[in-house]
Structure formats: structure tokens, C-alpha cells
Design a protein around this ligand. Structure first.
Ligand SMILES: Nc1ncnc2c1ncn2[C@@H]1O[C@H](COP(=O)(O)OP(=O)(O)OP(=O)(O)O)[C@@H](O)[C@H]1O
Ligand SMILES: [Mg+2]
Length: 146
């Protein structure tokens, strides 16, 4: 799926819809150049899991947690992490949170779960394009086929 957004509010709104679809164990990988709207999207996602507080960019803190009413959203930003260091971050613990989902800016090549959503944000004239590939459905279809 691909959509075009022309304002920050639209990115937030789409993020909220995406956030509402999340279940525990889901991982959302955000791919997109600097300033393409990744953190903005996460602000909407936090709303979608029922979190009412403020979401800031975790670039310096590496990780933030938004404990929503419905689900916890672990928000990572690996911009400052080297590929070789991703094994040391304790990602498995976050990914196995029975009450939480994970969203990652600059996901690098860590071992992310198959049950994931890949989102790619790009600058376009007057806004941002957002492309989404939901691999969770593929995962469910495979489970049914077994
Ligand atoms: N659909 C949109 N149209 C226009 N501007 C947008 C849109 N979505 C977000 N923005 C703006 O883009 C700017 C950068 O957004 P944001 O910080 O979310 O990017 P980022 O991808 O997280 O950047 P970084 O790579 O530095 O973490 C913000 O000023 C935000 O308001
Ligand atoms: Mg950001």
C-alpha cells in the first residue's frame, strides 16, 4: 500500500490507524531518510495504542517506551548504532514483551521477527509518500496453510 500525505497531521493520522492495528509481538520497521517523518509517524502510533503522553525523538536515548492503555509501544532509534552492535541491545527482551510491540527508526540489519510491518517514507513534492508492506498477513496465511 502506498499513500501520499501533505502535512504532518496526515502522517500522525496514518500512524494512529497503524497503531490501532498492532498486537503484542509485532515489529514495525521504519525506513526513510533524515526528516522523512519517522518520529512523526510514531507519535500517531502511540496514540493508536492508547498512549496520551508526548513522544519525543529517541535519537539520543536510543529507546523510549509509551505505555498505552491497550498496548505498550517500544520506540527505538538505531541511527547512532553500528550494525555490529545491534546484538548487544537486548532487542529480544523488547520483542518478547507479552504486552508490547516494537517500532524502529533506522532498523539496520538486526534479526527482526518475520511478523513485521515494513514502512518506507520518502520526501515527495509538498509532503511525504508512505509505503507499507504488512508481512503479518503473509505470516498468518502461512500458518493457515500448515
Ligand atoms: N506528511 C508530511 N508532510 C510534510 N511534512 C511532514 C509530514 N510528515 C512529517 N513532516 C515533517 O517532517 C519533519 C521531520 O519529521 P520527523 O522528525 O518525524 O522525521 P524523522 O524521519 O524521524 O527524522 P530523523 O531521521 O532525523 O529521525 C517534521 O518537521 C515534520 O513535521
Ligand atoms: Mg526521528
Amino acid at each position: 500500500m502506498r499513500l501520499s500525505t501533505g502535512a504532518e497531521e496526515e502522517t500522525i493520522h496514518f500512524g494512529e490507524i497503524l497503531g490501532r492495528s498492532l498486537r503484542a509481538g509485532d515489529a514495525v520497521l521504519l525506513d526513510g531518510e533524515l526528516g522523512s517523518g519517522k518520529t512523526t509517524l510514531v507519535r500517531g502510533m502511540a496514540r493508536g495504542v492508547g498512549y496520551r503522553g508526548r513522544v519525543s525523538s529517541p535519537t539520543f536515548a536510543l529507546a523510549h517506551v509509551s505505555r498505552g492503555k491497550r498496548l505498550t509501544l517500544h520506540h527505538l532509534d538505531l541511527y547512532r548504532i553500528r550494525e555490529s552492535e545491534t546484538g548487544e541491545l537486548g532487542l529480544d527482551e523488547l520483542l518478547n514483551d507479552p504486552r508490547g510491540a516494537v517500532v524502529v527508526e533506522w532498523p539496520r540489519a538486526a534479526r527482526w521477527p518475520k511478523r513485521r510491518i515494513e514502512v518506507r517514507l520518502t520526501h515527495v513534492k509538498n509532503g511525504r509518500a508512505i509505503a507499507v508492506v504488512d508481512m503479518r498477513q503473509r505470516d498468518r496465511a502461512q500458518a493457515r496453510a500448515k
